[in-house]
Design a protein around this ligand. Structure first.
Ligand code: MSP
Length: 660
């Protein structure tokens, strides 16, 4: 990671996510990690550009929109900007991105057209015929030899044959340079991913890459040959530079921020460490400073994916446990470069152990004791005891360097491990120094007690600074509680002992991290997951069995069904079931029908509607009123509940028209 303070600019990106469905905890994991790194760099004093966004073109989106009966743009708009969509999720999770790119943004589309033409003019893109295999869910082309058991090597699903006129990018030309980049530099991390790329993709021979499609429209049209659209991965990868203003006038930050750091999931490392640098080499552009391929969050041993239907909803967890607790859990629990198994138990356990127990207790015990023994403000008289204090102080003062080292190596989990070692040590320091015993003789021990509490506040302050990128909101509250002003919250002051005023005042505040009742929370989460599964599966519908006994036509014809128009509709006094309809049945005389549908309809909503009634049933008295006929409805059971829909027909049908 770039760490020279003379170059105080830093650019970091997440992958741009497919808005083909609501995002889940796996996407949240990557975005929170990237956000934490961006916030860390800002804390260090860097001018940071943090980009995220959505990858909106491609056949999969086109297909999904068709299924939903809307245009692709309307489909992605709803998932990106609609309620509970991508933008809402990042707002909820306190994601501090400076920019958000959508590949349907006009400036991006025209930039891709220019980029395509540049590469074509240079001779790195040429026209040919594409023959191969295509995996639709992954939007990936494969050669026969790359398939695993005849299926997509990434997702294991079947592939289809594809043959069409297409443009190709001379990927093969860059194979040696890419291999050298991967093997001899730190371009790609973790290092373990390098062998996989070289052995699986480069050594078997890099073939030229098909970079256009003609079989669907939802993409960036090639301006000089518009029946082709750009391959979605080409369209997508260049987002990292078009969002800075490369090939467009929308922004002017390309010179300032490129090259940057691309954080991606391990399944798209291939695109980012082979294809992406080759594209950039073709344009003589600087390569990313780093591509970091993080691991997956697994659920029940497999990858979470919407198409498999096993996803965890970040909204639900953030609402239940708080955004910061969720952010913290994701960063603390799973080593960033490796896979990890998500579970609700693990989440609750982490909240209870690290946040409620260790950090929460440190803050609440310390501030409570400053309140109890000194009325909330420490006296300035002190008594430092070397043998009791030195260890804590030096551990705390070395923390920033250990933390920085971990963060610079993309190991936020290790950085947190270091912070929590200090928090645990500080809690032990309370027990070792037993402030409650010192407080028994304030005259003799007052200065010592003040020292002990001040040391605890200092340890808490420095941990708080380093936890800010992980839990920004909670750390603001923590600083307010321990009396840490702005100048005691800085990166610089995380290496300074005694930054807090000697006569610092604390404020008792809310419990920052309440304990979670494991059993109750697990039960609630299971119920919520069950409800979500049911909602996804759709309602369970039960229908009346069809009658098997025939009715002869003559008998059927005796039933007189007519279109009727609702002139008035009122509730019936003392009945919570009945509505009284005054209907125009075409005869010139109003017809009154009572119908037991008050549970499903408001009377005023039905006035003016055209309904269907059987008009030759014998009149019946109901609640003392005559009902002359019956309105026809459709009925069924849904999730065990009776549902009813009146048959409401086209208003063009005149009152009295016979139904036959
Ligand atoms: N649109 C492409 C990326 C283009 S970047 C130029 C794409 N989109 S995606 O919606 O499928 O998102 C993939 C990314 O989401 C992964 O690379 C990873 O960062 C994150 N994750 C999605 N599921 C995940 C897990 N189960 N676990 C961890 N991260 C996951 O690929």
């Amino acid at each position: 990671m770039e760490n020279k303070l003379e170059n105080k600019r830093y650019y970091i990106t997440t992958p741009i996510y497919y808005p083909s469905d609501k995002l889940h905890i796996g996407h949240t994991y990557c975005t929170v990690a990237t956000d934490t790194l961006a916030r860390y760099k800002r804390l260090q004093g860097y001018e940071v550009m943090f980009l995220t966004g959505t990858d909106e073109h491609g056949q999969k989106i086109e297909d999904k929109a068709r299924e939903a009966g809307v245009t692709p743009k309307a489909f992605v708009d709803a998932i990106v900007e609609g309620p509970g969509g991508v933008l809402d999720l990042w707002k909820l999770m306190d994601i501090s991105n400076d920019r958000f790119i959508r590949t349907t943004d006009d400036y991006h589309v025209s930039s891709i057209q220019k980029i395509f033409r540049k590469m074509y003019d240079k001779g790195d893109i040429y026209k040919g015929t594409y023959k191969g295999k295509y995996c639709k869910p992954c939007e990936s082309f494969w050669t026969e030899s790359q398939l695993k058991d005849g299926c997509c090597p990434d997702c294991g699903r079947p592939v289809t044959d594809a043959e069409e006129e297409a443009y190709f990018f001379r990927l093969s030309k860059y194979a040696d340079r890419i291999q050298d980049l991967l093997e001899n530099t730190d371009f790609l991390e973790p290092r373990s991913r390098v062998n996989e790329m070289v052995n699986n993709f480069i050594k078997p021979g890099l073939e030229d890459l098909c970079v256009s499609r003609t079989s669907f429209d939802w993409g960036v049209p090639i301006d000089f040959d518009p029946k082709h659209v750009a391959y979605v991965w080409m369209d997508a990868l260049f987002n990292y530079v078009t969002a800075l203003g490369y090939c467009n006038d929308q922004y002017n930050d390309y010179e300032k921020f490129w090259p940057g750091v691309n954080i991606v999931g391990k399944e798209i490392v291939r695109f980012h460490s082979i294809i992406w640098p080759a594209f950039l080499m073709s344009l003589d552009m600087p390569l990313p400073k780093k591509v970091f391929g993080h691991g997956w969050l697994l659920l029940d041993g497999g990858k979470m994916s919407k198409s498999k239907g096993n996803v965890v909803d970040p909204y639900l967890l953030a609402e239940k446990f708080g955004v910061d607790a969720l952010r913290f859990f994701l960063m603390r629990t799973f080593p960033f470069g490796s896979d990890g198994s998500f579970s609700n138990e693990l989440l609750i356990q982490t909240i209870n152990t690290d946040l409620a127990n260790d950090l929460g207790n440190l803050v609440s015990r310390t501030t409570a004791m400053v309140g109890k023994y000194f009325g909330g403000t420490l006296p300035v008289q002190r008594c430092y005891e070397k043998d009791k204090d030195d260890e804590l102080v030096s551990l705390v003062l070395g923390l920033r360097d250990r933390y920085e080292d971990a963060m610079e190596h993309y190991a936020p989990h290790k950085a947190l491990e270091e912070v929590f070692k200090v928090i645990q040590r500080a809690n032990k320091y309370i027990d070792e120094n037993a402030p409650w015993t010192l407080a028994k003789d304030m005259e003799a021990n007052g200065p010592r007690l003040a020292s002990v509490l001040y040391h605890l506040l200092e340890a808490t302050r420095i941990c708080g600074i380093l936890l800010t990128p992980f839990m920004p909101r909670s750390m603001d509250k923590l600083f307010a509680q321990i009396g840490a002003e702005e100048n005691c919250r800085t990166w610089l002051s995380a290496k300074m002992w005694a930054a807090l005023d000697a006569d610092v005042s604390v404020t008792k505040g809310e419990n920052l991290f309440p304990r979670v009742d494991m059993d109750a929370a697990l039960k609630e989460l299971e119920e919520a997951a069950e409800a979500a599964r049911k909602a996804a599966a759709g309602p369970s519908i039960e229908l009346e069995p069809q009658l098997t006994e025939n009715v002869d036509f003559e008998t059927f014809c005796k039933s007189d069904f007519r279109a009727v128009k609702v002139k008035d509709c009122q509730p019936v006094k003392k009945s919570n079931k009945l509505l009284r309809f005054t209907l125009d049945d075409g005869t010139g005389t109003d017809r009154q029908i009572l119908s037991g549908i008050a549970k499903w309809y408001k009377p005023e909503d039905l006035i003016g509607k055209t309904l269907v009634a059987i008009v030759n049933l014998p009149p019946r008295k109901m609640m003392g009123l005559d009902s002359c006929g019956m309105l026809i409805s459709a009925v069924h059971q849904e999730d065990g509940e009776e549902k009813l829909h009146l048959i409401i027909v086209d208003d063009a049908i005149p009152a009295g028209a016979k139904l036959c």
